[in-house]
Design a protein around this ligand. Structure first.
Ligand SMILES: Nc1ncnc2c1ncn2[C@@H]1O[C@H](COP(=O)(O)OP(=O)(O)OP(=O)(O)O)[C@@H](O)[C@H]1O
Ligand SMILES: [Mg+2]
Length: 397
């Protein structure tokens, strides 16, 4: 393994040279300087199997360069970051950006070895067969009860029944680890699902995955949230990433129902998404929380994941109390989808665990979801220009 380390001080360079002696099968070349200064030497960086970069988390310029290296210049190269001073918050930020591990300074052999072992695990998962041809659409709620799970479940059902002829085409993953309702909303057994993967993260492969999926009459396959409440830390970002890669290679379209809490793995789920559908309602809280979610994604370097906003439980006439234009201004962007409010059809479908069309044919809410899914897939497959978050700056209230 060829490791290229770019360190900002002689001290760190010497510590690295001392730490990397006797690490079998690893050749480390150390360069003292800032990433910004050596970045022009592409041949040096290109030769690396692993990059170890010394980055100052307080320098906006260095963080921007790190983002560029991770996302655009060397997206396939595992990156380990080191820094002389980094708070827990800084380390979290590095991990959210997609860094494999963080090594504190002074660099020690034990820390370096642990980081390189972690790199080894990542590379192993990358080497596993993956066609990477499916799409991932994530549903994010602006606040509790906005209707994200309803929209995820029902649009997944809709797409699955349309694609029923094609086997294994649509999958739904309930990432609301602690309060997931997808299995309930589909009347499926939640004794199998993510809980089985948490028990044996090292054994996750296609076979295990397919054995823990629930099968719905619509043709949809569900990876259910655990039946018992588990701590959010039981899921690790790397294990989830591995799962998502496998799922993406097995299904044409995967829907993720994201949790309310932001964790390293929920950021990782967003990073692996082709599109985020942010679900909100036309209320002051819904709009404010929606804007907050968009800002959170942007501040974690996820601003370039396309976002569309779905205004759920929409009824003409609601504009009397909250005007759509005012709401869009407060949110900082336009609403993309309007999903009708239809309490009895939606509640009956969720209570019985069936698709909306089983309760009522051609309901307005089903038609709205159909339109939403068609547009979402068009957006992802490139038939429509990729949407930007389109934040209308300066409109915060
Ligand atoms: N378009 C709709 N029309 C009428 N009722 C709806 C609609 N969408 C959702 N609901 C109702 O809103 C309730 C909450 O929906 P849901 O569980 O999808 O919310 P959520 O955003 O996933 O919230 P959380 O995950 O925080 O519980 C459900 O009981 C559902 O019946
Ligand atoms: Mg939910």
């Amino acid at each position: 393994m060829n490791v290229v380390a770019i360190l900002r001080s002689d001290e760190a360079g010497q510590a690295m040279n001392a730490a990397c002696t006797d690490i079998n099968g690893t050749e480390v070349s150390t360069h003292v300087g800032r990433l910004l200064d050596v970045q022009g030497d592409v041949s040096l960086l290109k030769s690396a199997d692993v990059l170890i970069l010394d980055v100052d988390p307080r320098s906006e310029e260095e963080m921007t360069h790190l983002r560029k290296v991770l996302q655009h210049e060397f997206p396939g190269v595992p990156i380990v970051v080191t820094a002389p001073e980094a708070s827990l918050q800084d380390v979290r930020q590095f991990m959210h950006l997609g860094v494999v591990d963080f090594v504190p300074q002074p660099i020690t052999q034990a820390d370096l070895k642990t980081a390189l072992e972690q790199v080894g695990r990542t590379r192993k998962s990358k080497d596993e067969p993956s066609v990477q041809d499916g799409h991932i659409i994530s549903f994010l709620k602006a606040g509790g009860g906005a209707g994200a799970s309803t929209l995820a479940v029902q649009s997944a059902c809709l797409l699955a029944s349309r694609k029923k002829a094609e086997k294994s085409n649509v999958c739904l993953v309930d990432l609301d680890l602690q309060f997931g309702t997808n299995a309930l909303y589909l009347d499926l057994d939640n004794r199998v699902g993510i809980a089985d993967l948490l028990e044996a993260p090292d054994r996750i492969d296609r076979e295990l995955l397919s054995s823990v999926m629930g099968h719905h009459a619509s043709g949809l396959e569900l990876l259910a949230a655990p039946r018992d409440v588990v701590a959010l830390e039981t899921l690790h970002a790397m294990d989830l990433e591995r799962c998502l890669k496998l799922i993406r290679s097995a299904y044409g379209t995967t829907f993720l129902d994201l949790p309310s809490a932001w964790t390293p793995w929920s950021y990782a789920a967003v990073r692996h998404s082709d599109l985020i559908i942010l679900v909100t309602q036309l209320t002051v809280a819904g709009v404010r929380q929606g804007r907050r979610q968009i800002e959170t994604l942007q501040s974690h370097g996820l601003g370039d994941v396309p976002i569309k906003v779905a205004l759920n439980r929409f009824e003409k006439g609601w504009g009397k109390s909250v005007d759509i234009k005012d709401a869009e201004k407060a949110m900082g962007r336009k609403f993309d989808y309007f999903i009708a409010n239809d309490y009895s059809t939606v509640t009956d479908a969720l209570n019985q665990g069936v698709a909306l069309s089983v309760i009522k044919k051609k309901s307005k809410v089903e038609q709205n979801l159909q339109k939403m899914i068609d547009d979402a897939i068009k957006t992802i497959t490139g038939e429509e220009a990729r949407p930007e978050p389109r934040l209308l700056l300066g409109s915060r209230r």
